[in-house]
Design a protein around this ligand. Sequence first.
Ligand code: FE2
Length: 293
Amino acid sequence: MDLGSGGWTGGRGAGSLSGMTLEDHAGDVVRKSRLMMEVSAGEAAAAGGITLEALSAFESTGEAPAGLNWDGLAARVDLSGEKLRRIAGGWLPEPVDPARWRELRVITTEGNGMTVNAFLVWDPQTRDAALFDTGFDAEPIVRCIDGERLNLRQIFITHTHGDHVAALEPLRVRYAGAGLHTNAKAAPAQHRNQPGACIEVGSLRITHRETVGHAEDGVTYLIRGFGGGAPEVAVVGDAMFAGSIGGAPGKGPSTKQAIREQILSLPSATLVCPGHGPLTTVGEQARVNPFFV
Ligand SMILES: [Fe+2]
């Protein structure tokens, strides 16, 4: 679905989000939640009053079968029926203009048949910059850093799934002086996020919260200190998407608890920057995300 040019682009070169669709359709949401709650397809189909074939088609296409008992299915897999219906009805987040944040760029790259978001932020005075995840391709990141004459000081990794760190190596070589931050247990101690740490990048202040579930090393970074009264920013990786969350088979309750406590507890104006799909806000997700009843 084309979102048009209504505010998805950073407007200054990098990070066109034009044409970005939701990461998950309603069928994806049902399948993810079913696997997270360890409900069999047969049980879910029965709760929804539909055949196994109809459930399977719904989960793969997002097209709801005739006669679906939405509330029955949603209750069985621990979703909000009302919110699930809204996703199925074509809900899209309110467009966000990243230019409100001085400065924030969304850099979306493609690989292996999917797209992934990286985020570059900087202090417009000092030009000190921080990168969040790398996506598949270093080139648009380098182009933005060069074009804006930035000093890349820090690289933060939300989790080490391949799509988020695919371009890390060339960036580490090119920006050898930049710090690296991750919750990966296998990382050398100097790169691991320290509890309570606050990293300053120019006027920006970056802290983190553990959002384990989709990934064992999942972490959400909070960025504060943007000028002009722009709200804080939460770079959530795959912990949460606009209208969905990152899959975590068998780990439904703990995953959702972490998101509730660490992300949905943030001020409602907080900008949520997910690893896939469009930007959203904490308040919007509290209202529409079907994983949270
Ligand atoms: Fe992931």
